[in-house]
Ligand binder design. Structure first.
Ligand SMILES: [Zn+2]
Length: 128
């Protein structure tokens, strides 16, 4: 299960962030991924729930996945950004450049990325 290993990679990264910030708890994690990374949000959330169920600092936390719009690089005119329209099967999912109309484009890979992590950080104790 692809989502399980992704969720476990997220948890490992967030564990480091928790440690760096001396946080008590993780409240919410926001992640993003491109539309062609084949991440199924529900499966990712389920996997996250399973992995974190035994982790005290992750209890009650939520994981939100936002799917980003596709992005292409045009090899003809060097346009970078959203394609004209969705890739169609006829062209092996090659996207059309909205700038010059070329299909000589590369889909940008947008791996699953942690955007923000909400943590519960204890108040700083000021020692006299
Ligand atoms: Zn172009």
């Amino acid at each position: 299960m692809h989502e399980y290993s992704l969720a476990s990679a997220i948890v490992e990264q967030v564990k480091d962030i928790v440690q760096q910030n001396n946080a008590n708890k993780v409240k919410k994690i926001n992640v993003t991924a491109g539309p062609y990374e084949m991440v199924i949000p529900d499966l990712l959330k389920d996997a996250y729930g399973i992995i974190t169920s035994e982790l005290e600092k992750f209890k009650g936390s939520t994981l939100e996945l936002e799917i980003l719009p596709a992005k292409i690089n045009c090899l003809e005119c060097e346009y970078t950004g959203e394609p004209d329209k969705e890739g169609d099967q006829e062209f092996a999912f090659n996207f059309k450049c909205p700038h010059c109309g070329s299909r000589d484009t590369h889909l940008k890979i947008q791996y699953l990325t942690i955007e923000t992590v909400d943590l519960e950080i204890p108040d700083e104790v000021t020692s006299a």
